[in-house]
Design a protein around this ligand. Structure first.
Ligand code: ATP
Ligand code: MG
Length: 442
């Protein structure tokens, strides 16, 4: 029913011809059946790790987690995780089994897996083995725990986030018992490491169906991002808005490309400062003065807490800070903005402003402004117009050559000339710039 890659087939056949059982299992089989390209392939086998090593003695082997039964074998350039049928021992910390033992029985191994759609397996015959009804659940788009949800989530609380993010990625519904149990046991997520929560949260927010899932399971996210809670019911009584801050946020997240991690995170966090900044005037109108600054501070703190890398922290919080910056009215203003922000951020800002506005009362109110913001950019680029010091036709040495030697004065002169060029008061050529500087020096 599904086509296994040659390398996977080869590994399975090798194990089988040595007398062991072996199957492709888990996410890759699930993704194949959904016509998606699997990211990596896992194989489950009755062979013990030492036996697997023997079967693949001619190949490159990495002893990934021998204690847990996993050997990584690289076959024709493809790394395959080959894991012995496993039974997990008792869980003590809501995350890791205290011990694992090996089994000769495929069913044992499938029983320890989290959701029915993740238990499907197949081998060289291409026949799908389906012990827990995963095929039907896949067809009906359902995420269902293998076994009793309360037990499975208290064994390993990460499964709570996995369920929610699979729902966000695949657009599947979480089956009622599983869903009730998620909401009941969500507090167990506080035992899961921040790094793992971060990985699952990013997969969730970049899921095509993220916003429906966040709407329903916001209380799960609030376990590790409690700052989300005040957005719910934070009304915005202004002529621009029709949603509370939470709904506005979800619509804004929806309005950027789902697989753009930076922009999805930016839209998720962009108004986190609003509940703190909110005031209401005598007419009953809401104001959120300075909210972007508060949002930026909160975003930085949350991303840091979730152990995001510095580049992501700076990019996302930087965009959150400028999300409500005014769009440029003319090309000169655009050049100054491009100078300040850089190309990438300038272009991202257009997308952010569009998304922010799409989530307001009049979704197309600033279309024209944003079209121009893009047009200014394209024109500047096409004309090769100067909008930063790198593109300026003079450098520090040229300034020194006219007798300005002090560092600060050199810098001020260059800035002055750059401004003059951007404001189209002086052409960007060396002779003209030097002349202009000499004429305008105080
Ligand atoms: P993806 O790779 O798309 O994120 P996946 O389901 O393949 O999703 P992996 O972490 O690659 O996730 O795990 C491979 C398989 O191992 C899963 O399909 C599932 O059968 C099992 N598995 C992974 N994590 C758990 C867990 N926390 N509890 C139970 N089984 C799990
Ligand atoms: Mg996987």
């Amino acid at each position: 029913m599904i086509k296994l890659p040659e390398q996977v087939n080869k590994a399975i056949c090798l194990l089988k011809s040595s007398g062991f059982e072996a199957y492709a299992v888990g996410g890759a089989v699930r993704d194949c059946m959904l016509n998606k390209n699997p990211f990596d392939w896992d194989i489950t086998t009755s062979a013990r790790p030492e036996e697997t090593e023997k079967v693949f003695c001619g190949e490159r082997i990495i002893e990934t987690g021998m204690k847990h039964g996993t050997v990584t074998v690289i076959i024709d350039g493809m790394p395959l995780e080959i894991t012995t049928y496993r039974i997990d021992g008792d869980y003590t910390d809501h995350r890791h089994p205290q011990s694992v033992s090996f089994s000769d029985n495929l069913r044992d191994d499938l029983s320890r897996r989290d959701f029915t759609i993740n238990t499907l397996c197949c081998n060289c015959d291409d026949k799908i083995i389906d012990v827990f009804g995963g095929k039907d659940d896949l067809k009906n788009k359902i995420i269902r725990c293998v076994g009793d949800p309360d037990t499975r989530f208290s064994e390993d609380a990460l499964r709570i986030m996995r369920a929610v993010r699979f729902s966000a990625e695949l657009g599947f519904t979480i089956e009622k018992n599983t869903s009730d149990s998620i909401l009941k046991n969500r507090h167990l997520l506080s035992d899961v490491s921040k790094e793992r929560l971060q990985i699952e949260f990013v997969k969730l927010i970049t899921g095509k169906y993220a916003t429906d899932v966040i709407r329903k399971y916001h209380s799960v996210i609030e376990v590790f991002i409690p700052e989300l809670a005040p957005l719910i019911g934070c009304e915005q009584h202004t002529k621009y808005h029709k949603y509370d801050v939470f709904e506005h946020t979800l619509h804004a997240v929806d309005a950027v490309d789902f697989d753009d991690r930076i922009l999805r995170l930016t839209m998720f966090f962009h108004d986190f400062g609003k509940p703190d900044a909110k005031t209401t005037d005598e007419n009953g109108t809401s104001h959120f003065k300075g909210h972007a600054v508060i949002s930026e501070k909160k975003t930085r703190a949350i991303l840091k807490r979730l152990k995001f890398d510095n580049k992501t922290i700076n990019e996302v919080s930087g965009l959150v800070l400028i999300h409500d910056m005014k769009s440029p009215r003319d090309k000169i203003q655009a050049k100054k903005m491009m100078c300040r922000l850089g190309d990438e951020t300038y272009l991202n800002l257009i997308k952010i402003k569009r998304a922010d506005n799409m989530a307001k009362a009049d979704p197309h109110a600033i279309d024209e402004k944003l079209k121009n913001m893009r047009l200014f950019y394209d024109t500047v680029k096409q004309n090769g117009e100067c909008y930063n010091l790198k593109l300026l036709a003079v450098n520090g040495d040229d300034i020194k050559a006219v007798g300005i030697s002090e560092g600060k004065q050199i810098k001020d002169s260059l800035d002055f000339l750059l401004d003059s060029v951007m404001e189209e008061k002086c052409p960007n050529s060396k002779n003209a710039l030097i002349k202009y500087l000499e004429e305008n020096r105080k």
